[in-house]
Structure formats: structure tokens, C-alpha cells
Design a protein. Sequence first.
Length: 315
Amino acid sequence: MPDVNFALGTMKFGTTVDAATSLHLLDRFADAGGTILDTADCYAFWSDPDSRGGQSEEVIGGWLARRPGRRDQMYLSTKVGAQPVAPGDWPANRQGLSARAVKAAVEGSLRRLGTDRIDLYWAHMEDRAVPLAESAEAFGALVSEGTVGRLGCSNHPVWRVERARQIARDNGWAGYTALQLRHSYLQPRPGVPVPGQAHRFGWVTDEVIDYVDSEPDLSLWVYTALLNGFYSRPDQPLPDAYDHPGTSRRLAALDKVAGDLGVSRNQVVLSWLTGGEPAATPIVGVSTPEQLDEALAGARLRLPAEHRRLLDETV
């Protein structure tokens, strides 16, 4: 059986997806061979007006405590930088990426997750109030001491990523080896705002793809891979930014491939992402067993060459 090559997105676990359902989904994912869990220390503060986040990490930590042996199976991915840490409006009140903030945040994540190590630790969003060298040194120290296995950055422009990586190389520190950005088969018109997307540089672009393809140590993770349910739900409209001829052409290609293979649009999109050049690791958020089972089937789907070519060449 092929590997389950996507990350289970747990953003809503412990808030809009209750603890019991979350635990069931984690069990089902692990039993199916899933190994990657993606969360963040800020998830999901906006769902609970009395909190500053941490619910998702707490649910995962509780699950790991109840399931001896699962920690060694799971690859834990979490993030720092976006959690609100003071009264006021977000994002002005977020923790940021100072050395002090990174140290405090990783300690909190380790405590909530109930573990002594994080496999992949992400700088969740930019913090231009802090010198890149300060953040790079703080993250590198976590790898040196064994607290973190690998580093990534989410929602950063390519030039900032490369500058931070160069600073790390020059100083002999561990640097970023993963990017996490928004991406799916359908794309909005360039430069047009998309509701709910607060990160200016949170998109996969041709430049990002070329950068990842040119750097052997750099991998790509993508979120909102299934466009918040649009591919499978007629009642979930696309934002106006996706209203252009390319969307119609790509939907026709997607439906052609799905029909030929007898699978869903979601499954085709996940297979297209995981088998592309460069390959991407989709982060798939689910709230029901049926959604999880569909994602598992999509991750195991291998597109025939002619179908991949049709998808790739339709613009």
C-alpha cells in the first residue's frame, strides 16, 4: 500500500471539531497508516473568545498520552509566531519571532503536546520587527539542542526565506528546509484579494515552485488544498477572485479526469499535488470520518500520465 503522503490538518480540533470526534479522527488516520500531524500553537484562538489558542495541540497531546507507541509513529509539525499573547487586536498582539518568543513558545507547545521533541517547527508568519539573524539563531539553537528536528517557514516571501537560509549557512546553524503556503489546482487572479487569506505572501507562485525545484533540501507543504470544500460541495462558492476563464477550463479538465477514473474531484486534486514536480505535502483538514476516508483514497491515487498531462497543460 502506498504511503499516506499528506498531513492531517488539526486546526479545528478541540474547538469546532469536538474532542471526542478529534480523537476518533486521529485514531482512524493512524490506523490507516497516516503519520503526519500539522498544528500550531495559535489554533484556534478565533473560535474561542476566551482563549489564546493551544486547543489543537492539547487534543493531540491528550491523544498521544492515551495511545502508547503512537508518538514514535507520528511526525509532529507545529508553528510559532501567530499566537496572541496580549490584549488587543490581532495580528498586532501576536507573539512574533524574537528569540525570547520562540523559546517561550516551543516550551508551551512541548507541554501541550506532551512530548520532548517537535519534528518540524515552523515560523508561522513574518515578523519584520525582529532581525532575521535573531530568529535564525533562535530556531537553529532548538535543532542543536535536539528539541526540534527540522525547521520551516510559512507565509514568507521567497527573498526573506533565502536570506534567512543564507544567514543560517554562514553561521553554521540549522536553517529552514520547508515552505508552507496556500495552493490548490484552481488559482485566483493574480493580485486579487481572497477573503479569509490574511497572509500577503501566503501563496505558491511560479517563483516558489522554481525555488523549491532548484533547492534539493527544500520541500513544499500546502494548505487550503481543497479550497474549503468547494470541489465537493455545491453550496460552497468560490470567492470572486477565482472568476476567470482559467477556472472554467481547469474545472472541465478536473471533471474529465475524475470521470475517467471514477473518483472525486478532491481525490484528483490531492493526487495531482502529491505527484507533481516538485511534489507537495498537502495539509488536509477534516471534520468527519467520510472526509478523512476520501482524503486517504486521494493520497493513494496515482494519476496516469495522460491525465496528469491534461491537468498540467490546462491553464
